[in-house]
Design a protein around this ligand. Structure first.
Ligand SMILES: [Mn+2]
Length: 359
């Protein structure tokens, strides 16, 4: 692994003739925006460029220039001079947007997630930046590329999405400076707002299902909800807006959404206004940002996953409820429904990183 900066990343890209661009599964606006923006830049440079995304382009992102060039990882193995992986850690194998077994290429990982373990061949990591799209903008500037309206729309999508449309804590003067430059360059600001804020009828059904499961802990400072794919079709719905909504309930500091897929695996999303949920998610095998993070449990009991999450939160919010959770775990042990062993192993030992009161 070699740490690189923007200039070195640009050199790696310039030296490559065939470039593959990839990102993460359940792609959000920053993933799509960064992928499409880089794709546009490389087309401008005359590169042979392919984008691998093993998930369909949803209606929401159809407006995005270059996004329709994305394709599934081909069955036949592919070679390239460089694979640029955006907005995710290469170590997070099951979340990659492509099949790494099918691609032979050195990997340049460009990311802004502080939990990125830096395992790719080349890593350009800037945890202070609001979005991966900010780094694509830097590539354009360093290489004196043309910031066309189409490119600006892509990057604005990433920036707007990862800052919660300029409301999240990562919104700064730098964010507005870039947003302003993108608007001047011709970003279709209205198209981005209009497409990204629209929700499907399916989303509304999922939302109403999730809202019925909301439970509060620690006197309403934590809100938790859970939903299963066998209850309602959640697979095609982007639930990041739902967990963000839970977080703005009066009194709630931290919101958690557990989502069990058809295959049984459980995706857990955390949002917080004040607590380092990135560290918690990392302990549970995931990662993310300080105030927005997630992890995935392998197939199992969603109730057990819920207990593990609560046991983790108890480290932050106090033992009173933790004792109750341990009680649940004892019950679970009798039921043999699992969860308690992992929870105890992970959280029972005192821990410096995730100690109470370090928010
Ligand atoms: Mn991002």
């Amino acid at each position: 692994m070699v740490r690189v900066d923007g200039r070195q990343s640009l050199e790696l890209i310039n030296a490559a003739r065939q470039v593959i661009i990839a990102g993460h599964r359940q792609p959000d606006g920053d993933c799509w925006g960064s992928m499409a923006g880089l794709c546009g830049l490389l087309v401008q440079k005359g590169k042979q460029v392919r984008m691998f995304m093993d998930e369909p382009l949803t209606d929401q992102y159809r407006f995005l220039p270059f996004a329709d060039r994305a394709e599934k990882t081909p069955e036949r193995p592919v070679q390239a001079d460089l694979l640029v992986l955006l907005d995710i850690d290469l170590a997070n194998r099951e979340r990659l947007s492509y099949d790494p077994a099918k691609v032979t290429a050195p990997v340049l990982n460009i990311d802004h997630h502080p939990t990125n373990g830096a395992t790719a061949d080349y890593v350009w990591l800037e945890p202070e930046r609001a979005a991966t799209a900010c780094l694509i903008d830097e590539l354009i500037r360093l290489g004196q590329g043309r910031l066309t309206g189409e490119l600006a729309t892509c990057l604005y999508t990433g920036l707007a999405c990862d800052t919660g449309f300029f409301r999240n804590r990562n919104t700064s003067a730098e964010t507005f400076e870039l947003a302003g430059r993108l608007a001047v360059a011709g970003a279709d600001v209205w198209a981005v707002s209009e497409n990204l804020q629209r929700v499907s009828q399916q989303f509304v059904r999922v939302m109403s299902e999730v809202l019925q499961t909301v439970e509060y802990h620690w006197r309403g400072r934590v809100a938790l909800a859970a939903v299963r794919a066998d209850q309602i079709d959640i697979e095609t719905v982007d639930t990041s807006e739902i967990v963000s909504f839970l977080r703005i309930i009066d009194g709630v500091e931290t919101a958690v959404l557990l989502k069990q897929s058809r295959t049984g695996s459980i995706r857990v999303s955390f949002r917080s206004g004040s607590r380092d949920v990135g560290k918690l998610a990392q302990k549970l095998g995931g990662g993310g940002h300080r105030y927005a993070a997630g992890c995935t449990f392998p197939a199992g009991d969603i109730a057990a996953a819920r207990r593990m999450v609560l046991a983790g939160l108890a480290r932050e919010y106090g033992d009173q409820e933790y004792d109750r959770i341990i009680e649940y775990n004892k019950t679970a042990r009798d039921d043999q429904s699992g969860g308690f062993v992992e929870a105890e192993a992970i959280f029972a030992a005192p821990d410096q990183g995730w100690a109470r009161g370090n928010a």
